[in-house]
Design a protein around this ligand. Structure first.
Ligand code: GTP
Ligand code: MG
Length: 196
């Protein structure tokens, strides 16, 4: 799956522009700047296919990447970027919430959490929404290279404990780094299991 070339397919600014239901969709969600676009680049092995930035608010639309017409990976805008203009934040939140709630082809959401920070209030709101709509999700810790191995293990255990009783949560929490490649093969294997 990941040996194939993936291409950028489309950028969706609001829900009326979503493509018709067809390919299975796997979305990457999380707080602004958590590393969603970087992780997609690492998983696809194509540096720069998803645009990244040091400053939050880089990804502003739903960006679709695909290897063929059976599967898409969707890079999402981040939530929780308080400094962005209010109208923009409202538009992103609407897009994120509506897409995560109402898409029948959405098979899995990867909810990315910064290893250093752990689950924040707005992450928990996202998990609550996914649990309520029974959309399957898995937690992925990002930027694992920023922590010592012992600290990462503790963060994984703590996060696992926090989601253990949630109905739509995958029972494994992955620790990843887009910088070192840690955990990327495991994430690829998870995605390959969902792929048609
Ligand atoms: P938005 O689109 O703005 O919501 O951000 P995003 O979640 O897509 O984050 P992005 O991939 O643009 O990365 C944000 C910053 O974090 C960039 O400066 C990346 O270089 C950095 N970053 C991403 N992943 C890692 C990682 O695994 N390790 C380290 N050290 N830095 C990372
Ligand atoms: Mg991004």
């Amino acid at each position: 799956l990941f040996a194939r070339p993936w291409t950028f397919r489309m950028s969706v600014p609001s829900l009326e522009f979503l493509p018709p239901i067809g390919p299975l969709e796997i979305a990457f969600a999380g707080r602004s700047n958590v590393g969603k676009s970087s992780l997609i680049n690492a998983v696809l092995g194509q540096r720069g296919i998803a645009r990244t930035s040091n400053t939050p608010g880089r990804t502003q639309e739903l960006n679709f990447f695909a290897p063929d017409d059976t599967l898409s990976i969707v890079d999402m805008p981040g939530y929780g970027y308080a400094e962005a203009p209010k109208a923009l934040v409202a538009r992103w939140n609407r897009l994120i919430e509506d897409y995560l709630r109402g898409r029948v082809s959405l098979r899995r959401v990867y909810v990315l959490i910064d290893s250093r920070h752990g689950l924040k209030a707005n992450d928990l709101e996202t998990l609550d929404r996914l649990d309520k709509t029974a959309v399957s999700y898995q937690i992925v810790l990002t930027k694992a290279d920023k922590l010592k191995p012992g600290e990462i293990d503790r963060r994984v255990a703590e996060t696992l404990k926090a989601v253990a009783r949630r109905p739509a949560a995958h029972p494994v929490v992955l620790a990843t780094s887009s910088e070192t490649g840690e955990g990327i093969d495991l994430l690829r294997a998870e995605i390959a299991q969902i792929a048609p």
